[in-house]
Design a protein around this ligand. Structure first.
Ligand code: SF4
Length: 364
């Protein structure tokens, strides 16, 4: 009780909470008190507390063939496996054109992430980004996790900053925050053995921020991490954000354990989902936007999260395959109007945006 009171005093006086405070909140089941603190923090850290963002996006996963074969991944395959696929640039362009046509105002975001395969190298992606940008100037491209950037860098024998500069010149607008998983290298060596380690992930993000590419940050929770690991993860993100200011949003990713090799030792309850979102909002006082992904949490639960610190529901996510492969709630096509209704229903104002948050079209 005494601890909760002191955390409350910090939040209400707009002061930072420390790692010990965050750990206390993770260990508490006082979800109403935690939600109240998150709502209070939103007043000072969200750009406009009454506004909720969403984007109209198409997911492009060019191939599921991946040399890493992480234990946490239900999406990847080896070449020749049943279900392994490789999509051509021509087919991808057709899908992007169809997505543009289906958007009432033409604004869409192409979200490109995929397996690590030598066929999909720097020159393939430079060509793809250029072709996408030629379709319409209203397309924003958010592409390549830090893991993919590092892979493209090794494949081309070119440093990370140079790779980022080349992709930016070809049309890259922002990086997603994937591949962060959990910043504990012992756990990474179990759940994603071949992925870059914590320092390398943070370094790619720092380099992106330094050349003006905004990024997201994620955290995968609900597998074998402890509450302390979650706090450490948030702390490293907050430190880097103090340094660069380049993170546009934090995206908590609930772990879905279907079709994966990881033997999890904890499960996500609704309380967990709300606590991660709310504590992220309270602790990450230097992040403007916290996402509650409707395709992971379900529309109604994501709506509830809008009162626990979230101010972004994510995108319409056409053709999302990665989370769906692991069993995430994924109802297929969500219309833009469904997201607007959900936001209106929570008494908030819907604003269409993209991952740069520069686009702002008010819908209610
Ligand atoms: S998580 Fe990414 S890097 Fe790991 S196997 Fe899946 S696609 Fe490959």
């Amino acid at each position: 009780m005494k601890k909760m009171k002191s955390i409350k005093e910090k939040v209400y006086s707009n002061a930072r909470i420390d790692a010990e405070d965050a750990l206390y909140l993770f260990e508490s089941n006082d979800i109403i008190a935690i939600g109240e603190l998150a709502a209070r923090r939103m007043q000072t850290s969200a750009p406009a507390p009454e506004e909720v963002y969403y984007s109209y996006n198409i997911n492009i996963n060019p191939t599921n063939i991946c040399g890493h074969r992480c234990k946490l991944c239900a999406f990847s395959k080896d070449a020749g496996d049943d279900g392994a696929y490789e999509e051509s640039a021509v087919d991808i362009i057709q899908r992007v054109k169809a997505a543009v046509k289906s958007s009432a105002d033409g604004h869409i975001e192409a979200h490109i992430v995929g397996g690590l395969s030598p066929k999909y190298d720097l020159s393939f992606y430079e060509g793809l980004l250029r072709s996408i940008k030629k379709i319409s100037r209203k397309i924003t491209i958010q592409a390549f996790t830090a893991v993919e950037i590092d892979y493209l860098s090794s494949l081309a024998g070119i440093g990370v900053t140079k790779i980022l500069e080349k992709l930016k010149a070809a049309g890259l607008d922002a990086l997603p925050g994937g591949g962060a998983e959990i910043f504990n290298d012992k756990i990474r060596s179990v759940i994603c053995e071949k992925k870059i380690r914590t320092d390398a992930w943070l370094d790619v993000m720092k380099k992106a921020h330094q050349i003006g590419i905004p990024t997201n940050a994620t955290m995968l929770y609900g597998h074998i991490e402890t509450d302390g690991d979650r706090v450490k993860h948030l702390e490293l993100l907050r430190n880097l954000q103090d340094d660069t200011g380049g993170f546009k949003s934090f995206v908590p990713l609930a772990f879905y354990g279907e079709n994966v090799e990881v033997k999890r030792n904890r499960y996500n309850s609704g309380f967990d989902d709300l606590k991660v979102i709310a504590i992220a909002r309270i602790f990450l006082d230097n992040f403007s936007n916290i996402k509650a992904l409707h395709n992971m949490l379900g529309l109604k639960f994501a709506q509830t999260a809008l009162y626990f610190g979230a101010n972004d529901l994510g995108g319409t996510s056409f053709d999302e395959r990665i989370a769906r492969a692991a069993g995430a709630y994924s109802p297929g096509l969500i219309r833009e109007s469904d997201l607007v209704k959900i936001i209106d229903g929570a008494g908030k104002k819907a604003v269409k945006t993209d991952s740069t948050y520069l686009l702002k079209i008010r819908r209610s």
